[in-house]
Ligand binder design. Structure first.
Ligand SMILES: [Zn+2]
Ligand SMILES: [Zn+2]
Length: 293
């Protein structure tokens, strides 16, 4: 796939009427991620990375309460405006400060039980709330990846994100060498991986690894599958790294690959690859310190 056709896929995602609600959320994330205020919340991390531990593991993040509430309200209102089940998120957008923090933490940790409890408390559709909560930490995580990317151990060889611990959203077969690069759908991190190894269970038994290759896109996109863990990963051929802002749209535009994988009995692993156990605390000092300011 050339860069132009990757852009073509992004344009396809924008043109589909039924995807507009999701595209509106991704646009809100893009705008929020451009806000430099998030970069002030990037925590300090150990200078030398453990080979199995994401950089943000056990970090304490000092967040500006107003920034957090403004962003949470914006994302929930954007989702609610699309109607349907998501309309139930309108009440959540007026949630108390403590609940906003709980929602952010649950989104960061993929904490399904807490998200279900919060949905009951808000009277919100649980599926819609979980989908929005997964996007909520994205501006913070993007700022972290931008600032901390150079601190990732050059020998990082895990299938999960070296910064935020999420499983990859997709893989790129990049450049003329077709180097395999995994991309995080949350922080947009970009890390190397060897071909013929499952990023989820690390099996390298070639008889267990396969591909689903749609006839129409043979050279440009496919699904890599693993019979050992039943996981799958989409692979797109690119010349250059996909821009952080385009990853979500590209993931959306290639949903036919997800459908094919699911039809063949494969699934993306649930949850995150490595838990972060991040602690949030209000940023000390100044007008914006307290959660309830
Ligand atoms: Zn990540
Ligand atoms: Zn596997």
């Amino acid at each position: 796939m050339t860069v132009a056709s990757a852009k073509g896929l992004v344009d396809v995602a924008r043109s589909r009427v039924e995807w507009r609600p999701w595209v509106a959320l991704l646009d809100a994330v893009r705008e929020a991620a451009a806000d430099r205020a998030w970069s002030e919340t990037v925590p300090d991390v150990p200078g030398r990375q453990d080979p199995a531990t994401p950089l943000l593991a056990d970090a304490t993040i000092a967040l500006d309460g107003r920034l957090l509430r403004r962003w949470t309200r914006r994302l929930l209102e954007t989702a609610a405006a699309s109607g349907g089940a998501a309309a139930t998120l309108a009440a959540a957008s007026r949630a108390a400060a403590d609940d906003v923090v709980a929602l952010f933490e649950a989104g960061l940790a993929h904490d399904v039980a807490t998200l279900a409890a919060l949905a009951r408390r808000f009277g919100a559709d649980p599926g819609a709330l979980a989908a929005v909560a997964a996007l909520l930490p994205t501006p913070l995580l993007r700022a972290c990846a931008e600032r901390l990317g150079a601190r990732v151990a050059p020998t990082w060889a895990r299938g999960y994100c070296p910064i935020c611990g999420a499983w990859p959203a997709l893989a790129e077969a990049r450049g003329l060498e077709r180097e395999r690069r995994l991309r995080c759908g949350r922080c947009a991190a970009d890390w190397p991986s060897t071909w013929l190894t499952c990023p989820y269970c690390a099996t390298a038994e070639h008889t267990r690894l396969g591909s689903l290759v749609p006839e129409a896109t043979r050279e440009t996109r496919k699904v890599d599958t693993c019979a050992a863990c039943r996981g799958y990963l989409k692979t797109l051929t690119t010349l250059l790294p996909t821009a952080a802002d385009e990853l979500g749209l590209l993931d959306l535009a290639t949903v036919e690959l997800d459908v094919a994988a699911l039809e063949h009995g494969y699934a993306r692993p649930s949850g995150v690859g490595a838990p972060l156990r991040v602690r949030l605390q209000p940023r000390a000092g100044g007008l914006l310190g307290a959660w309830r300011s």
